[in-house]
Design a binder for this molecule. Structure first.
Ligand code: ADP
Length: 185
């Protein structure tokens, strides 16, 4: 049987515990999991592609996946998703599904991708109950306002976010505030 190769594409700006949960579960299902980090200039990411790749590498290494799991590799891509899937020989595009709000976009994208290449299946993993509210966008919003993001991202990602927000405020880098609540003022 040919090996099962899947890609897990995303912006990962930055990688959250929700993404890592999907990666950990997906790695046990396939022979090779290619995490495709989209350059996605259109979304105006906070972290550069190099930073997002470096963070993802550290986070995946820290997962310490058990032997017998698929090989996990991380690559940048700036092409059409289906072209990227074809270039790595993937038969599967993996996506995480959170609440109903993810559904419509994902449904459309899966449908369009199926038209582009019916030989590549889009497969969805439901977000774990404890991670389903986490989104990179909200992590950034909460972190920027000084809220506690430590249950959504790793300590490394929290520290990098704190550096970014300090830079935005024109300060030199300083450690993340802990235990602060969202300041709506
Ligand atoms: P994109 O810009 O492609 O949506 P993201 O980095 O936001 O990239 O997300 C990548 C994938 O991970 C998407 O399939 C998204 O639905 C999924 N995802 C994001 N957050 C979570 C989470 N908390 N639990 C499960 N899946 C998630």
């Amino acid at each position: 049987m040919s090996s099962r190769i899947a890609i897990y594409p995303g912006t990962f700006d930055p990688v959250t515990n929700g993404h890592l949960d999907i990666i950990r579960r997906a790695a046990s299902l396939v022979d090779r999991l290619v995490i495709g980090v989209s350059t996605n200039a259109g979304k105006g990411p906070l972290f550069s592609i190099e930073e997002r790749i470096a963070l993802m590498k550290s986070e995946v290494a820290a997962l310490d996946l058990p032997a017998g799991n698929g090989i996990v590799e991380i690559r940048a891509f700036d092409t059409l998703l289906m072209h990227f899937a074809e270039s790595v020989g993937a038969r599967m595009i993996l996506r995480g599904l959170r609440a109903v709000s993810d559904f419509e976009y994902e449904f459309q994208m899966a449908g369009m991708n199926a038209r582009l290449n019916p030989g590549v299946e889009t497969v969805f993993l439901m977000a774990s109950e404890s991670q389903q509210f986490i989104s990179s966008r909200l992590v950034k919003e909460i972190g920027r306002l000084g809220g506690d993001i430590t249950s959504f991202v790793s300590p490394l990602v929290a520290a990098r976010l704190a550096d970014k927000f300090a830079q935005e405020r024109g300060e030199s880098a300083k450690p993340a505030r802990r235990g602060a609540v969202l300041d709506r003022g």
